[in-house]
Design a protein around this ligand. Structure first.
Ligand code: TRP
Ligand code: SF4
Length: 400
């Protein structure tokens, strides 16, 4: 409903690796030039599963921020902050919990999945059940329109949309809504007011969705309206009350083609990662010892790149000519595996060099990072506080 705004978060539960870079961070870095973006470290979310090892989280927060900046997240473009430094998230989470049916939370697929997967932990906690609602608060508090996430997170965004709808339905019915909405229509100016009214009745009477969209974009261009009036006009359009919280959309990130060293998904728990700022010597060693097509026992045995994890790396890192060289050389036993791995080693090292340099800047001067964070938290808090004022007012918590 409001202007485009992107928000995404990441849980600080360990070192970032190339899988995160190719799967998530590259996307963020592209988006930060196209939209206003907010990126945050979801430390409270990490606590829902790592409540008994807070030291893991504490240690990861700074590393993660350095990793983001090293990868190219630009604090002059995007707002970067830490969830727990914006306590308004917790307040919204609490207030939303009042209207959240337990059944909705129990039905979120990650709830049972994770409980089954992480059997070594007791996840039958209040906090873990509320995980998706905390995520909803993260998103709704900034009125984010788009949330870049992986496939597994889509149910959480759907859930968030339902919470926003329910909230607007229950609390959007302010006293004298109709009169206030009509007064707001007048403020559009006679020409636009007429167009708005026409589009609204086309939607309400004939279900014309294009008319609804047209009316929404008309409102989007409006700059002279107060937040309250904007909310009323959006709500009035759809026949509900005031639209206080806006429904976000998932922005699906294409699945990363970056596999782990063993060909399976790159993941810390599989021990098959190359971390973002891995020491070059270790990078070289890790790639040199990568498994290859098991059919190539001897140098003279031909192989099949399709059966080799190194080939997956070439697909990410190598140009067409190199890929062709691999295909031919492997199948004819014309090249050896170490020879084949060298361009990959070179490409990974080249990719990481600027990251290592940028990271060094922050490692040498931790104050720099602290300032960036303080700045980001302050910006985020301002936005969050604006929403909370509206939310408190709508819920009758505005006693001043
Ligand atoms: N649940 C997300 C994950 O595990 C992290 C997250 C927390 C998040 N809050 C968010 C992502 C808000 C997007 C928006 O990946
Ligand atoms: Fe894999 Fe390359 Fe060896 Fe073929 S030559 S098995 S693609 S490492």
């Amino acid at each position: 409903m409001f202007a485009d705004r992107i928000l995404s978060g990441m849980r600080p539960t360990g070192q970032l690796h190339l899988g995160h870079y190719h799967g998530v961070l590259k996307n963020w870095i592209r988006l930060q030039h196209e939209y206003p973006c907010l990126f945050f470290v979801a430390d409270w979310h990490a606590l829902t599963t790592h409540y008994d090892t807070p030291e893991v989280i504490e240690g990861s927060v700074w590393d993660m921020l350095v990793d983001w900046l090293a990868a190219g997240v630009d604090p002059s473009q995007a707002t970067v902050f830490v969830q727990s430094k914006v306590p308004e998230h917790a307040e919204l989470h609490l207030l939303l919990s009042m209207i959240t049916p337990l059944g909705w939370l129990e039905r979120v697929p990650t709830y049972k999945d994770q409980q089954q997967k992480l059997t070594e932990k007791d996840l039958s906690t209040y906090g873990f059940l509320g995980y998706p609602l905390l995520q909803s608060a993260d998103i709704l508090i900034y009125r984010a329109t788009h949330v870049p996430v992986g496939e597994d997170q889509v149910p959480h965004i759907e859930f968030t949309r339902e919470i926003a709808r329910r909230f607007n339905h229950i609390y959007g019915k302010e006293h004298g809504f109709e009169e206030k909405a009509l007064a707001a229509v007048k403020k559009l100016g006679s020409k636009k007011a007429k167009l708005y009214a026409e589009l609204r009745s086309r939607f309400q009477e004939q279900g014309d969705v294009d008319a609804l969209e047209a009316a929404k974009s008309l409102l989007e261009e409006q700059q002279n309206l107060s937040v309250g009036d904007t909310e009323r006009l959006y709500g009035y359009l759809e026949g509900t009350g005031k639209m206080i919280l806006s429904e976000p959309q998932a922005m699906l990130t294409a699945a990363s083609r970056m596999p782990g060293l063993d060909g399976h998904k790159m993941s810390k728990s599989y021990g098959n990662t190359i971390s973002l700022r891995e020491d070059p010597k270790i990078v070289e060693k890790k790639i040199r010892t990568m498994p290859t097509d098991p059919a190539r026992v001897r140098r003279t045995d031909p192989g099949d790149p399709e059966k080799c994890p190194v080939w997956q790396f070439h697909l990410v890192y190598s140009d067409e000519a190199t890929c062709e060289w691999v295909q031919k050389g492997c199948r004819s036993a014309g090249i050896g595996c170490l020879e084949c791995k060298q361009p990959v080693i070179d490409a990974v090292l080249k990719e990481q060099e600027p990251m290592r340099e940028r990271a060094q800047l922050y490692l040498d001067d931790p104050g720099l990072l602290r300032n960036i964070l303080a700045d980001g938290c302050e910006k985020a808090r301002k936005l969050a506080q604006d929403t909370m004022r509206e939310v408190r007012e709508a819920m009758g918590l505005d006693y001043s």
